[in-house]
Design a protein. Sequence first.
Lengths: 260, 259
Amino acid sequence: MGLMSQVPVRGTPRFLPISLALVAVLVWAAVVALGVFPESLFPSPRAVARGMVEELRSGRLLNDAVASLFRVGTGFALAVVLGIPLGLWLGHRAYARAAMTPAINFFRNLSPLAWMPFAVLWFGIGDVPAIFLIFMASFFPLALAATLAVASIPSVYFRVASDHGIGGWELVARVSFPAILPEVITALRVTAGVAWVVVVAAEMVAGRDGLGFAVLDARNGLRTDLVVVEMIVIGAIGVIIDRLLAGLTRLPSVRWGYER
Amino acid sequence: MSGGDTNDKVLVVSGLSRHFGSLEALRAVDLQVRRHEFVAIVGPSGCGKTTLLNILSGYERATTGSVTRQGRVRMVYQKDGLFPWLTAGENVLLGLRDVPDTMERRRRLDDLLGLIGLPRFADHYPHQLSGGMRQLVELARALAGESEILLMDEPFSSLDYIARLRMRQELARLLAERPRTVLFVTHDIEEAAQLADRVVVLTERPGRVCRALQVELPRPRSLTHPLVVEAIHTVLAEMGLESNSSPRRNGASGNRQKA
Ligand SMILES: Nc1ncnc2c1ncn2[C@@H]1O[C@H](COP(=O)(O)OP(=O)(O)OP(=O)(O)O)[C@@H](O)[C@H]1O
Ligand SMILES: [Mg+2]
């Protein structure tokens, strides 16, 4: 599991990534000071910091971040609430699985950005097209991950369940779901990352606010310093989302999935 | 075999065969197991031992023949039979699902965990336990509730030798406390001879009973007791793994069965 490598190795000093970031900013400042590129193409750290303060003061940055998070939250929550039950169901139903897996696989491999024209035609401008695109980006990978995870549950668990009279809904709730949870959490992390990427693109095309729209707006106003501000915020929020979801892997009842 | 009174037989298998398509896994198996008898089943790989247990547990059907059981059956799996998302205590509680009263369930859980010597591990997850501890928890779960027959399919085969020796002692002790009728499949002939009242040897596929050997010795038994050694020799000889020439002692009496 690639995501596991993000767990810090015991004893690695925490200041290492911070010092690296400081060095990067210094190099950046040095390049700007050399005056190789005009300030409009290559904003200085100082300009970016000023832009950041300006955006925070005006409240625009907060508004845009909230708008983007609302869209991702809604679209992603819909995808989780519908996709994981669908995956659980497909995992238990061989015929339905055989019928639907190719279609799900098709849509998973279709870039959600390809839906952009229809998203705008059907839903216009605003929250709905972005939520739609985020849903399309997350629903299929989540459903597929859950389906495959159910299909690979060791059969001994189902035998133990039937030995103890666990069947029907109880089987899904007490065996299938907890058995796939570690894999589902991994899929959630990957998919949330994709959703966060998609919302920026969606807002560039179908937004009047949001961080994606703000990037485009800043460029149109030739404020490259603000472009960098938005970039920093987008990246930082993405990291925070992943950290929050990574916290799920510390639940005691899923640890087994990561310690095999 | 001995007539006996039929109520004494908890498990009666007669003329049992099992085919998988054209493959014949078991042929005309007859077996009668007394209440609280410990029967070990040994035989070459692929001779249908697991299939036999699956039929006895009701998980698979016999192609021909009949099985009658009295009392509830519990299966102990080779490994990974515990739900990894539940703690040891929660896993054992699965075996107590039909105890309606919460306090009573709690009390029986504490008893069982004490019995297997792991009272402080109720809140540990299976991946935090050693292989032997996990099998002990499996045993506790199988002994919970009102089960009468334990079907065990190579329950100790994933453990190292020392742990296996220890688990044999534990099993003998647990059965003394909570008597059950046991059908115990194993590749380990030592294990069979040290634990079982009767060792049933199956032939190559299609599996048939080719020999049943009584070992009349109270448990726990020492592995090096002459009767145990004698039984090991007899089974090895029956499987063609040791010459039949070594002198026989009395006590371990092999009685050939009609197929
Ligand atoms: N579901 C099945 N479908 C087809 N063939 C099967 C099935 N289950 C078992 N068999 C066949 O039946 C025979 C007996 O299998 P079984 O698993 O009972 O053997 P075993 O005695 O338990 O072997 P081992 O000692 O290796 O565990 C084997 O040849 C196996 O290939
Ligand atoms: Mg087997």
